[in-house]
Each structure stands twice: as C-alpha cells, then as structure tokens.
Design a protein around this ligand. Structure first.
Ligand SMILES: [Zn+2]
Length: 242
C-alpha cells in the first residue's frame, strides 16, 4: 500500500511534527538567549554592584574626636600617625592644658585638625553657676584663639553635661558623640577597637581621648580598618554643617 502524502491524516501529522520541531527549536534558541542574557547580566550586575559599593563606601564620612588634650606624651604620636595616613580629626581641648602646651596646640591646628572647647579645668559645667560656666568656656576660647588665631565653634562639655541655662556669645554648637570607644577605662587595644568598628556608619562621631598609648594605638588601628572599608575621615564641621 502506497503512502498517500496528500491524505488528511498525513498532512495533519506533518503539520504537528513541524509544530513540535518549531517549538523545540524556539525553546532551544530562547533558552540559549535567556542563558546568555542571564550570564551577561550576572556579570554586569557584579560589576554594577562592585562599582555601587565603592561609590557608597567612598561617600561615607566618619569623624574621630579626641577629648582632654593636648597631652604631653600622647598627642604628638597620635598626630604623627594621623599625618602618615592623611587623616583629619577634631580635638576638644582643655583650656588649662592649651595654656601649658601651646606648641602642641599649634601643631594640631597647623596640621588641619579642628579644635573645639572642652572647658578650662575639665569641670562638670552643669554644676557651676551660669557665670562660672561661661568663664570656663570663654577663657578656653581665648587661649585657643591666642595660640591658633581661631575661635572654636564647637563645645563638648566634660561628661556630656552642659549648663542648662548657659547661652554662649557668640553661639557655639554643642557636640556629643554617637560611638563611645570607652578608651578612657580600657587598656586593651583590641577591645577599644571592637567597641567602635561594628558601630561604624555614615556620619558617625567617635569619642576617644589622646590620653594613653592604648588610645593612640586603637585610634590608628580604627583608622586603618575604616579606610580599607572606604570611609573618609572628616572634621566635625563636615558632618554638622554640610
Ligand atoms: Zn573630657
């Protein structure tokens, strides 16, 4: 029996076979195209992610602040380390210490760091009369001006306590902190570093003291770690007034 290719059955079969072949070919082609798209988008996503991360990291600012200086033993080694790393910080100085160490104070200013007021005798301003508290602040402003030629714009009251009714003239910005390293009570560099690094974030203000070898070593270790993470260390004006 010969095959009648014109029969309806055969035509239907051929049409069906064509459809199946067409579907298989199309799926194969589409699948390949999809895989290629996925692979290439995967690659470009990775590139995009990397560039996005570095842009985000490059945009992150953080401020190191040091209270209670200038210190005879520790401020200059700290300044050396910051200079080597081209990092700027903010120093809240005690007026009486500035009077005794004008050279170190001048170096802080000359190397591009910001200087703030931390009272004249490191006293709890909230426990003084309004007049006494004002004297603590104004006297400190004067000695800093005599040494550096600039009046501080910022005040960090000792113990974080400002006099409740005190109004500075000219007005000063009170600045506390967002990350407390607790360096003043620790003598272990690693613990101080770990008090800070996990909390690091954009616009954070780190509280430290240039008053011990532990603090200096911890501060420089924190700087090295956060520079690797893409942070830029800025003085407080770049966080508060921008
Ligand atoms: Zn202090």
């Amino acid at each position: 029996m010969g095959v009648d290719f014109r029969s309806r059955k055969w035509l239907l079969f051929l049409a069906l076979a064509d459809c199946i072949l067409l579907i298989l070919w199309y799926r194969g082609l589409f699948g390949t195209a999809e895989n290629t798209a996925q692979a290439s988008s995967g690659k470009s996503l990775n590139r995009k992610e990397i560039s996005q991360n570095s842009v985000e990291a490059e945009g992150k600012k953080i401020a190191l602040t040091f209270d209670d200086g200038p210190n005879d033993l520790y401020t200059e080694p700290l300044l050396d380390g910051l200079k080597e790393r081209n990092v700027k910080a903010t120093f809240f100085l005690i007026g009486n210490e500035v009077l005794e160490k004008p050279e170190i104070t001048r170096r802080i200013a000359e190397e591009g760091h910001m200087i703030g007021n931390h009272s004249f005798y490191h006293v709890d301003l909230s426990k003084l009369s309004e007049e006494e508290a004002r004297m603590q602040i104004e006297r400190t402003n004067e000695v800093i001006y005599e040494v550096t030629g600039q009046y501080p714009q910022l005040i960090r009251p000792p113990f974080g306590k400002l006099h409740p009714r005190l109004v500075c003239d000219p007005p000063m910005a009170e600045v506390l902190w967002t990350i407390d390293s607790r360096d003043w009570e620790l003598d272990d560099v690693g613990t101080v570093v770990m008090n800070v690094l996990p909390k690091a974030e954009d616009n954070a203000i780190i509280l430290m003291h240039d008053a011990s070898a532990t603090s200096v070593a911890a501060a420089l270790s924190i700087v090295d770690s956060l520079l690797k993470e893409g942070y830029t260390f800025v003085t407080l004006d770049e966080i508060l007034f921008v």
